[in-house]
Design a protein around this ligand. Structure first.
Ligand code: ADP
Length: 388
């Protein structure tokens, strides 16, 4: 086996945001040498890697040249140049997640078709090549309102997704390949993180429950474990495992799920990397998701996914009405609360709803952690002292 620890082995990471930064806590722990590529000279991950390179993740030549300097490549964002990664795979660089998986995931249309072809439960849907086709289907009565419109590419954090309830709203949607999906009246939004290494060893994390901000369509709280019956969580973990195995995925796969009113589990979408829904694991789990991702991509034994304590995560996003140099108001107050740990990503500028950090609250009693999370949320403010 390749020697990774205190050696010449080089791990490349495409993307240097907060996920990259948190992955680097673990490469530092193991003394694994890293190179990071990111377009921003102020990328949060720039300080903890061994070599930082500024460059465009979608540019073929940039990604190819970067990849040639490392032994194994991973990502912290899916929007990367896949042709360059395919070339690197041909040249013998290991790429995890594989380009085959990334290609399926980059388009929501291809991703949904993949689930359908592999008998993975997902909400019924139709793919349209453009807006005209979609409108024609509504006019002919082939597509009935309401439905969820999703742009095939380019969407994240709820952008590129909208619920269409009236015909008038059809005019506002942008042109392009899209998915029209049945609106699921779900009880809960859940997620399961699955780790799988190249030897086929698989481990699933406990099911988490995601509570969304009603306006911004961003996750506001993540609770682990989800407050659902064990039969439902067993089913959710089994479905998530099926998804990871069907992709023959290597690394972490975060599987976002809907729990329907009838307690069915439907796959919404996946992210082939560490994920916001697993941040709680840094404080609450035996093996946090970032260490687990490293273990999986390096073909090392997977760690225990169990929690040691209940965990709630609160996203810290920029408050509305503030843009400019960031100021974390009352951060010392929340640090005085038991079991509360803030994580500050290192983005110098705040703007409304920008993900600036998160706070984890751990407690033996999950309900207590959830109550504390609300206090944290109302106390800390991500603002700017300069006028917007
Ligand atoms: P993104 O890639 O932007 O995160 P998602 O596909 O996860 O987009 O959708 C964002 C949110 O929209 C989901 O978390 C969920 O709240 C809602 N949503 C998505 N699909 C459906 C659906 N079929 N039925 C009901 N709500 C949905």
């Amino acid at each position: 086996m390749t020697q990774y620890f205190s050696s010449d082995f080089k791990l490349g990471i495409l993307g240097g945001g907060q996920l990259g930064k948190m992955l680097l806590y673990e490469t530092r722990k193991y003394d694994i040498h890293t190179h990071v590529l990111d377009p921003s000279p102020e990328a949060p991950a720039r300080l903890a890697c061994n070599l930082f390179q500024q460059g465009d993740l979608m540019d073929y030549d940039t990604v190819l040249a970067f990849g040639r300097t490392v032994d194994l490549l991973t990502i912290e964002i899916e929007a990367v140049n896949i042709l360059a990664l395919e070339q690197l795979e041909k040249e013998g660089v290991s790429v995890y997640p594989s380009t085959a998986t990334l290609k399926k995931i980059q388009s929501k249309a291809v991703q949904k078709e993949f689930y359908q072809q592999n008998n993975i439960p997902t909400a019924p849907f139709t793919v349209f090549q453009n807006k005209e086709e979609l409108i024609a289907a509504v006019e002919k009565g082939q597509l009935t309102l309401p439905f969820v419109w999703k742009s095939a590419t380019g969407g994240y954090d709820g952008k590129g997704v909208s619920v269409i309830r009236e015909r008038e709203s059809l005019q506002q949607i942008p042109d392009g390949v899209c998915v029209a999906e049945e609106l699921v009246p779900f009880k809960n939004e859940l997620a399961v993180i699955v780790a799988r290494n190249a030897h086929g060893e698989v481990a699933t994390y406990p099911v988490v429950e995601m509570e969304f901000h009603p306006d911004a369509n961003q996750v506001e709280y993540v609770l682990c474990p989800a407050r659902i019956p064990s039969a439902v969580s067993d089913k959710a973990r089994a479905v998530a495992r099926q998804v990871s195995e069907t992709f023959s995925h290597v690394g972490l796969l975060a599987v976002e799920l809907f729990q329907t009113r009838e307690d069915e589990i439907l796959v919404n979408e996946v992210a082939p990397r560490p994920h916001n829904s697993g941040h709680y694991s840094i404080e609450a789990s035996f093996t946090n998701q970032f260490e687990q991702h490293l273990r999986a991509i390096l073909g090392l034994p997977l760690g225990d996914t169990q929690s040691m304590v209940g965990g709630v995560m609160v996203n810290l996003v920029g408050e509305e009405g503030f843009s400019g140099p960031v100021h974390y108001e009352n951060i010392a107050d929340i640090m005085a609360m038991r079991g509360v740990t803030p994580h500050i990503y290192g983005k110098k500028m705040t703007r409304p709803f920008r993900k600036m950090g998160h706070v984890t609250i751990v407690s033996e009693d999950l309900e207590k952690a959830r109550e504390l999370a609300e206090q944290v949320k109302s106390r800390i403010r991500v603002i700017s002292k300069e006028d917007a």
